[in-house]
Design a protein around this ligand. Sequence first.
Ligand code: HEM
Length: 498
Amino acid sequence: MDSSLLVKASIGLVVAGTIYSITRPSKKLPPGPKGIPVIGNLFDVPLDKEFWVTFREWGQKWGDVLHMRIFGFHFIILNSMEATKDLLEKRGKIYSARASLPMFEIAEYSKLVAFETNTNRWSDGRKLIMQFLTGKELPKLYPTIEDECSKLPAKIYKNPAKLGDHLEMSVVGIIMRTTYGYVPDEENDRFTHITFKLLDEMLVAARPTNILNVFSFMRYLPPWLPGNGNLRTALKFRETMHAVVDGPYEWAQANKENPEVAQSLCARFQNSGLDIDDKDLAEWTAAVQFIAGADTTTFTLHAATKAMLLNQDVQRKAQAELDSVLGHRLPTMADRPNLPYIDAILKETSRWHLLGPFGAPHMVDSDDHYKGYFIPKGAIILPNMGAIASDPTVYPDPTAFQPERHLGEEPQLDSGHYNFGFGRRVCPGKALAQAEMFLVLATMLKVFDIAPWTSEKDGVKAAIGEARAPSMDMPRRPTPFECTMKLRNESSLELLGL
Ligand code: HEM
C-alpha cells in the first residue's frame, strides 16, 4: 500500500474527527442549580415561595433557559416569551406531547383531549372543538351566553353573599347548555356536583408525591397489596371519570327531541363530517368542555371582581364606558366592539392574576438543541408565565393594574398570547372563554358597584378566593377577598328583570 496514501488518509481522519467534535451538537444541558445525586434539585425549590418566583430568580443568575432534574425527570424552564415561542410554537411538532402520569392513565384522564399525548385521537378531538368553538360557529352560542348573563343580576341581588357561586353557575350553565342542551339546577345539580368532584380528584392524582407516579411499576401489582393505596385510589377516581363522561351524554341521548339538545355541541360532534362516527370520541370531547372550561373561566371572573374592588377608579371608568354605549339596558355580545375597556380589563386581569404560572406543561418527544444546549427527549417544558407577566421590560410598572396598557396605538403584550398556552396545544376554548367573560363582567358592572366590605354596616358580605400554598396547580383562585354588591342606582332595579 502507498504509504503517502496512508498518511493522507490518517490526516483526513484527524481533520474530519476534529471538525466533527467542534460541530457535533453538545450534550451540555441548560444551566441551573447543581442538585445532588439521585434526587436532583428537589431541595433547591423552596416550598414557602411561589415556584415561578424562584425560577425567575434563577433566570436572573443563569439566563432565560434553565434546567432542573427531580429524580429521573428533566425540566426545562423558559423564562422569556422569546424562548417559549421558539420551542413551543416554532418547534411545536416535537414540543406538543404531554407527560404521562401513571395515576392519570389508570383513572383514564389521559383519554381527555387536554391530557392525551399527541395521538390521532387527540388531534381529532381538538379538530371537533375548534370546528364548533371558533370562527363563524362561535356566534351560534351567543344566545345561550346572553340568556345566562341576563339572569345574573337578579341572582346577585337576591343573594349577594353567594356572588362567587353565581359567577360559577353562570359559567357552568353556559357550558352545560351549549354542550348538552342541559340546564343545570342552581343548587346541588347532579352532573355539576360529580364534575367538581372529578376536578378535586384530578388535583390529588397529579401530586408528584404519589408513590405510583414515581414508581409506575406499582400499577402492575395487585391493588389490595399493602402500600399500593394509590392504585386503589386511581381505580376509584376512574369511576368518577366515567360518571362524568357518561351521565350528561346519556341524558342528552334520552332527550334528543328537545330543541336545545338537538342544537348542542354534543349532537353536532356526532354529525361533524369529520372522519368520526366514534361515540367514544364525541362523548369524551363533550366532557372536556366542563373539565377544562369551568374553573378556568370562573376563577378569572373572581379575579376580575377582586381587581375591580381594589381599583375603584378602573371600575368607574368601565361603568362610564358601559353607560355611554348602552344607555339604560344590559349589554349583549353585539356591544363588544364598542366596549374595548371591558376587554382590556380582562386582558389585564389575566396578566395580574396568573391562572397557572406554568400553564399546562408540554413534553418534548425527541432530543433537541437550543441556544447551544441539549434538551433531552422526555423533558417537561415549563414556560414561566409568571416571569413573562412581571417582566418590567415588557410591562412597565408590572405590579400596577392598568387596563390602559392594552389599549392605544402601541398596546403592551396581550396576556392572551401566553395565558391560553402555546402552539399545537393552545386552548381551543379561548374565544368562547373570552366571549363569556366579557359579557358576565359587563353585565355585572352595568348593574352593580363592587364595593369594599369591612363590617355589616357596608351590606351583605361576599367572600371569594382561597388561601393556598405555593404550587404548580392550574387553575388557581385569587387569594381571599371580601366585597359587597350595591345596586348602582334606583333605576338599576329595572335591569334585574324581576
Ligand atoms: C379563562 C379561561 C381559560 C383559560 C385561561 C384557559 C387556559 C388553557 C391553557 C393554559 C391550556 C393549556 C395549553 C397548552 O398546553 O399550551 C388550555 C388547554 C385547553 N383548554 Fe383552556 N382555558 C380556558 C377556558 C377554556 C374553555 C372555556 C374551554 C372549552 C370550552 C377550554 C378547553 C381547553 C382544552 C380542551 C384544552 C386542551 C388542549 C390540548 O391539550 O390540546 N378552555 N386552556
